[in-house]
Design a protein around this ligand. Sequence first.
Ligand code: DAT
Ligand code: MG
Length: 184
Amino acid sequence: MRRTLVIVKPDGINRCLIGDVITRFEKKGLKLIGLKMDLLKVYQLKDHYVHLQDKPFYEELLEYMSSIPCVLLALEGKDAVAVVRKLVGSTNARDADIGTIRGDYAMSVQTNIVHASETEDAAEDELKRFFKDEELFEYDKMNFNWLYCNSEQGKYDHVENEGKSSEAEYFEEKEEIKKDQENE
Ligand code: DAT
Ligand code: MG
């Protein structure tokens, strides 16, 4: 399972979209493992947006993101980083696909409702930047077995022969191992 960060930005807060944004991720099947409101500090944002420091809109971006509190979500799921980016849509909300959060709710390249981590490495860095360890939770959620099949849950990971992904193959493999052991 992977973890990723989503920030409901100041425009998302002002447009009364916190609930809608959380609902989309929940309904998709992502597990909320952290949730809080926080006024983001400029020093945090300077790290967060370091890749944009030479852009003309950089100062404006820092000011906008620190203007009012944001809502931060830590989400967990299989391939969570890529899945969340797909649900969020492309940066320029006018180009974003309909059905995505940005495509459905926004008109701008900057006031585009949410931030979502771009890569798995970035996600881990960003979660550390904005959440303390004790603000992220591990718990069993009862929809897990309805969301993922056995191989997606990693139940066959111990099978030596890679590529055995279906349940039938797994049990065939187990039978063979059992027979071999009996014959030894
Ligand atoms: P994303 O948020 O899709 O990961 P990014 O990392 O390139 O996109 O940019 C981060 C944020 O910076 C983006 O959500 C809004 C702002 N931004 C990006 N391009 C911009 C532009 N041309 N003008 C104003 N703000 C921009
Ligand atoms: Mg980005």
